[in-house]
Design a protein around this ligand. Sequence first.
Ligand code: TAP
Length: 504
Amino acid sequence: MPTLAPEKKTARPANRGHRPAPELCFGDLWEYDPSPETADPKLKPRYELFIGGKFVAPASGKYFDSINPANEQKIAELALGGAADVDAAYAAAQHAFETVWGKMPGKERGKYLFRIARLLQDRAREFAVAETMDNGKPIRETRDFDVPMAAAHFFYHGGWADKLDYVAPGRRLAPLGVVGQVIPWNFPLLMLAWKIAPALAAGNCVVIKPATNTPITAVKLAEIFQDAGLPPGVVNVITGSGSTGGLMMAHPTAAKIAFTGSTEVGKVIMRSVADTDKKMTMELGGKAANIVFDDAPLDQAVEGIVNGIFFNQGQVCCAGSRLLVHESVARTIVAKLKNRLRVLRVGDPLDKNTDLGAIVSRAQLDSIQAYLDIGVKEGAEMWQPPFRRPAKGFFMPPTIFTGVTQSHRIAREEIFGPVLSILTFRTVDEAIEKANNTAYGLSAGVWTDKGSRILKMSTELKAGVVWANTFNKFDPTSPFGGYKESGFGREGGRQGLLDYAKLV
Ligand code: TAP
């Protein structure tokens, strides 16, 4: 009698060994071969402020801890910058602008940017590990996206430094002076590059503050500035709290301020400088619609939906957090999405197989959890794949809500976590109306086979970026920025340079 072959439990090609599933893995992946990143992040126990080309202790003598959100262990302590330090940083930047950087030919400035980019590439692995430890995002993302993209911004803007006469034909670009910059915690290194590179290319000097949650790559990048021989004071890095950021944005020496962060804090900053003539760029929050039509390639769209909302644990200003799906394919899309989410790995961000790492902080995890409770209370239906929360670290499984209406808070407010609200539509006009029915306007996605529909949607959607049959695609050549409460000004590309210069 023929014998029945034993049932194969999993056939995942990635499972090279037969180790037991680690605590963080989803339930159905019973075999699992972890692949930890082993590069040394070369962290110091304490980091000082970077002012005038030197690492200096804060005037207050106070420090704060940076915590690894995946295990809640202290990574390092960082200087808590205060008013005296902010003054010193602006004085150093102003001096550097007047004596060196503002006078330097663009071709020479460009060489420094290229050198910074190359040094960052040389230390790419180290920076990727440091970023993952500080922020919680998967090493695959820091290694393949954050660090290379940060280097790309320095390369790209290095290329512009001696070509500023071509930015606005017929006009000459002059630097503004000293620029104050405050950045958030979701792409710490990338935001540094995104802000510093165009400012320097245009001939400005910089005082910059990273977020309290993720200061490590900022002070490590300062080491690169030293190694690159960047003249002292051209870039100054002030670590500290939100009030340090407030002092920086309102400082009288700042000719321009560039802020990336929440709409709420952006409004506070705008009020604080309302009676000054500072030039401003505000990159604020978002609640992007990712719109799937019935003629879209559905499997490709599902990948785009997953990338759109679960990249960086959904802590992305332009995340596709509102899925608008044509009602005729809604059931199919939701079923496919659930299948896909069942095999995403939530876990150790240093494991190269991990898809979703840790949420940046306990406060952010609590805030996301509060939105899950709100969604359920408002009557939407929540679904998560099987998940065991580990004893340590701030983890959240990918979560979807169906039965969502436009009035639900989970459809209107920025959750900034791995949470997708799914709504349906019948007609093109209804999709446009629903997509634009938001206080924000940073990005949107469209999935369809029809070119004419892509053109119509990209014209009528009130969003700074509209992706067609893709999502979360970034490039230094491409300007990025918002409409409405997502802010104003553009960063990246030729348009971004214009925001760091005056036309003379
Ligand atoms: P925020 O809480 O707004 O913090 C952003 C930065 O502002 C941090 O460095 C923060 O310092 C500092 N800050 C806090 N209070 C301040 C004040 N009164 N004056 C000046 N600076 C102050 O945002 P977040 O939680 O870090 O980041 C998430 C938000 O950023 C989301 O809304 C997201 O959409 C937005 N974001 C937007 C974009 C673009 S390009 N539009 C990109 C990334 C993120 P501390 O960390 O020390 O509090």
